[in-house]
Design a protein around this ligand. Structure first.
Ligand code: ADP
Ligand code: MG
Length: 324
């Protein structure tokens, strides 16, 4: 589009960490990259569409952070070390207003890239309805990645952080409701923290892992289907913020921690005898984790409630094609 080259020079070319495994970065037909020997490249891509994944008036700096954070979360779930990133942007215009937007977007994007010493190595810039696609690459030793299909019967199930905060923030926003913890919850929705350090610390310890983007039930469902197993969770063990715990007890409704998306916590399984190694990984990465249940034979996913009753079919998460 008109002004494309000026945008590239001004906002993308030198915007992130400069790595020495990048032989050629932005400015040619391709980037040239030198992967480390004996490592596999983990790569992932995600698109955020205006009106579906975010609203047009969302703070662009937060959006720049989130667009990269959701991809870093995928690298974390594989146990990969972040390295390179590509950015494809479709912008409605290249006028002053959109330049200001881009400046703010790149401030959020670059700060997170810098934190993980990632380099923006290329992308594409076109005109059209606002949409953002980010692709990341990272490195991992071939035998230490955590795949969805690797859960074993008898594994303990763990989750990082707390569940349902982003979902509660979204509910409050949609209903224009006030809440004493509104700011903290809003941060959980707009500025998710990718659990990269935990993912790295779990290499060679965890069996299966996934990042929770669609909700605990749905994402645990993905592990179970890929591994050919079932799972039983304990409701009393689910890590909840006071705000979400209050919602759950007021409405006796477990949907927030079970089915709300956008938390970007790590969900993983490991042998029961790895408990000490997992505690060590949690403290090494300064990430709270909690054991919430066990992998079982069969294919049922259930939650044992505090009163002893059991909730089944808990893997009904948010599906982009179910609601249209
Ligand atoms: P081509 O026409 O060969 O596709 P472009 O004109 O699209 O090249 O891009 C020129 C250079 O700028 C390329 O190195 C490309 O990777 C980079 N680039 C374009 N848009 C972006 C962007 N949004 N973020 C990062 N790099 C970009
Ligand atoms: Mg191009």
């Amino acid at each position: 589009m008109k002004g494309e080259f000026d945008l590239i020079k001004r906002y993308f070319a030198q915007s992130t960490h400069q790595r020495n495994d990048v032989a050629l970065g932005i400015g040619d037909d391709c980037a040239l990259l030198q992967p480390p020997p004996d490592q596999q490249i983990a790569t992932s891509i995600d698109t955020l569409v205006c009106g579906r994944h975010f609203l047009v008036d969302v703070d662009p700096t937060s959006l720049g952070h989130k667009a990269l954070a959701v991809n870093l979360s995928d690298l974390a779930a594989m146990g990969a070390e972040p390295a390179w990133v590509m950015l494809s942007l479709t912008l409605p215009d290249a006028d002053q207003g959109w330049r200001r937007w881009l400046q703010a977007f790149m401030a959020g994007f670059s700060a997170l890239a810098q934190q993980y010493q990632m380099q923006l190595i290329g992308g594409d810039t076109t005109r059209g309805p606002l949409s953002i696609t980010v692709q990341v690459q990272g490195f991992a030793p071939p035998d230490q990645t955590m795949r969805r299909g690797a859960a074993k019967v008898g594994d303990h199930i763990y989750v990082s952080g707390t569940l349902g905060d982003a979902g509660l923030a979204l509910e409050l926003q949609q209903q224009s409701q006030s809440h004493p913890q509104a700011d903290i919850l809003r941060k959980r929705l707009d500025l998710p923290i990718p659990r990269v350090e935990l993912g790295l610390a779990l290499r060679g310890i965890a069996h299966a892992a996934i990042d929770i983007s669609d909700g605990l039930g749905a994402d645990l469902g993905h592990i179970c289907v890929a591994s050919g197993v079932g799972a039983q969770l304990q409701a009393t063990a689910l890590p909840l913020s006071t705000a979400v715990a209050e919602q759950v007890s007021t409405h006796a409704d477990w949907r927030l921690p079970l089915n709300a998306g956008d938390d970007y916590e790590l969900l993983f399984t490991a042998l029961p005898n790895q408990a000490a190694a997992i505690a060590q990984a949690a403290s090494q990465s300064a990430t709270p984790i909690k054991c919430i249940g066990e992998i079982q034979s069969g294919q049922e996913l259930s939650l044992t409630l505090p009163d002893g009753r059991t909730l089944t079919d808990i893997n009904q998460g948010y599906d982009h094609f179910n609601d249209v």
